[in-house]
Ligand binder design. Structure first.
Ligand code: APR
Ligand code: ZN
Length: 281
């Protein structure tokens, strides 16, 4: 693994615009279960995943009942208020601090990248700490609404301050469109980057899993010379795609990623940052 750590450090130092894409595997070492790993929420309770596919339709059909379920039930991910970033999160914040990492596109709703210090975080599946109005796309901090009082006074669903429509949790449910601002900005990042560091995602949920495939399509024309001295132009992949994951993913198997550093994000990412510092001396 050592040589791959050093290779990733060299690739990061050579890059001009590196971004990170992250999934639940970033947060398991902060005590938050992932979904499809060996102890994943969906792995252990496939019925819960089936129910999760109904949540968005429930909001559209009956926003009051959607909120009664949320306020009356237990969050699948447990109480995220007190969870803390782990060394993997701090490593990505360190890379941003060095000016190497330009953004983090995360599927995680736990807010741990920002807690670790990353400034440019695109929450592709939203945040558990925010509410969002699907009608006018306004977002609100969760504490801007006293949801428990609204429930007691039979005034659910909470309504948007701007347009009066029912608001929902900011978390993007299955079958729910990705908010257009985040979708657009993420696509721009995927097209602009020349290095994509993909950490802790099984890469099976779309449209997020499409982003590395879009990046892989980027080509640059490189001038090359044959042995006989003839010059020619060759089209080559413009982006280095590196995976850090406990297991192989479709990105690994399909050759979308250039290489996989297999193991724990909380162990590997800090080692990569150490190697970057070493090489920068
Ligand atoms: N280090 C490295 N990899 C890890 C670690 C770890 N400490 N812990 C888990 N993993 C790996 C798992 O092996 C798995 O490949 O991270 C991946 C997590 O995959 P998922 O559980 O599918 O999570 P994710 O890819 O983020 O899921 C995407 O699915 O249910 C939806 O909206 C939900 O955002 C989520 C989306
Ligand atoms: Zn609104």
């Amino acid at each position: 693994m050592g040589s791959l750590i050093e290779r990733a450090a060299r690739d990061l130092l050579r890059s001009n615009y590196a971004i990170a894409l992250t999934g639940a595997g970033m947060s398991t070492e902060s005590g938050i279960r992932d979904f499809r790993g060996p102890n994943g929420i969906w792995t252990k309770d496939p019925e819960a995943e089936k129910r999760a596919y109904q949540t968005y339709h429930k909001f559209l059909r009956d926003p009051k009942e959607y909120w009664e379920d949320i306020l009356g039930g237990r969050s699948l991910l447990g109480n995220l208020e007190n969870t803390k970033p782990n060394p993997g999160h701090y490593a990505l914040a360190g890379l941003e601090g060095m000016g190497i990492l330009k953004s983090v596109l995360t599927q995680n709703i736990d807010g741990l990248h920002e807690k670790a210090g990353n400034k440019r975080v695109l929450e592709y599946h939203g945040s558990v700490f925010k509410l969002r109005c699907p009608s006018c796309s306004s977002r609100f901090k969760r504490e801007e609404y006293d949801l428990e009082r609204l429930a007691l006074e039979e005034k659910l669903p909470p309504r948007c301050d701007k347009c009066g429509s029912p608001v929902k949790g900011d978390v993007v449910h299955f079958n729910e469109p990705i908010p257009s601002d985040v979708a657009h900005e993420s696509l721009e990042e995927a097209w602009k980057c020349d290095l994509m560091l993909i950490c802790g995602t099984s890469a099976v949920v779309y449209p997020f899993a499409q982003l590395p495939r879009i990046t892989r399509q980027r080509q640059v024309e490189q001038e090359r010379k044959t042995e006989s001295g003839l010059y020619f132009v060759k089209s080559e992949a413009a982006t280095m795609i590196i995976e850090v994951n406990a297991e192989l993913t479709p990105l690994t198997v399909e050759g979308i990623s250039d290489y996989l550093i297999q193991g724990r994000t909380a162990e590997i990412l800090p080692k990569i940052v150490e190697a970057v510092k070493e090489l920068s001396k």
